[in-house]
Design a protein around this ligand. Structure first.
Ligand code: DGL
Length: 269
């Protein structure tokens, strides 16, 4: 029995770790489309094609439920994939909704009409494709009124992380936070809207200051997955723990091991 976690690269490992800690009895199949990362600078048609191809490959491995632990794929492809219709017994879930439910003080799956919430000024840090999609603002508008969102496309951060250049990633985070603050000097909350960014959480925290509430997805996604599996135990699928990449397995294993500080043996997808 396995649940799949998909990301364009290594960022989804932050979600994988939170899910493993929350659901120790579940095996996770992690699929990194490293050969095509970063997704955040691609067109939405291209992101759709890549994401759809990866999902079909994951289904072949036996997992029925795929968590798109990639905001860019969730923003650019998820709605289209769901609208095209999924094969019988297969499900694909994104990572936006759990985060927006937390921001708007809702329980999982609360679909009541939009209402005023305590935060009014929200900074969104995400990839250029996620920002361009406006998917975050659309999902937020279904749940909250009167929230001002300023989005900052954080070009270069994902490439630097995938290359293991954390000094460059940190410098880029500082400059993107500065750019955001020029547009919105006093955000009350900041959304780290890319699974890679929790790997730079301390840099975001230092640049934003202690009084900004940081919403980071990994734990929220893990909690909502636990709730989902309680309601849908049939979605556990078949297959066991596996880590697959479309990139160079040795290089991806090294980087993943470095990030998680435990052996992460990737195989070729
Ligand atoms: N980590 C992914 C996300 O959450 C995408 C990064 C990328 O490939 O650009 O958006």
């Amino acid at each position: 029995m396995a649940v799949a976690i998909f990301d364009s690269g290594l960022g989804g490992l932050t979600v994988l770790e939170a899910c493993r800690a929350r659901l120790p009895e579940v095996d996770f199949l992690y699929y990194a489309d490293s050969a095509h990362a970063p997704y955040g600078v691609r067109t939405s048609d291209n992101i759709y094609d890549l994401t759809h191809g990866a999902i079909r490959r994951i289904w072949d491995e036996g997992a029925d439920l795929v968590i798109l632990a990639c905001n860019t794929a969730s923003a650019a492809a998820l709605r289209r994939i769901q609208e095209a219709g999924l094969p019988q017994g297969k499900r694909v879930l994104g990572v936006f909704v759990p985060m927006i439910e937390a921001l708007t003080e809702r329980n999982w799956g609360d679909n009541s009409p939009p209402r005023e919430v305590s935060v009014q000024h929200v900074a969104l840090f995400a990839t250029p494709a996620t920002v361009a999609s406006r998917a975050f603002q659309r999902e937020l508008a279904f749940r909250a009124i009167g929230v001002d969102v300023e989005a900052q496309a954080c070009g270069g951060v994902v490439d630097a992380i995938e290359d293991g250049d954390m000094i460059l990633a940190e410098a880029l985070v500082r400059s993107h936070v500065d750019a955001l603050k020029r547009k919105m000097p006093h955000p009350q909350a900041a959304i780290l809207g890319c699974t890679h960014y929790p790997l730079m959480q301390e840099a975001f925290r230092a640049a934003l200051g202690a009084d900004v509430t940081l919403f980071s997805q990994a734990q929220l996604v893990a909690d909502s997955l636990a709730d989902y599996l309680k309601r849908h135990p049939d979605m556990l699928g078949s297959g066991g723990e596996a880590y697959l990449t479309t990139g160079d397995p040795r290089q991806v294993s090294d980087r993943a091991t470095q990030f998680l500080r435990r052996p992460m043996p990737f195989a070729a997808a």
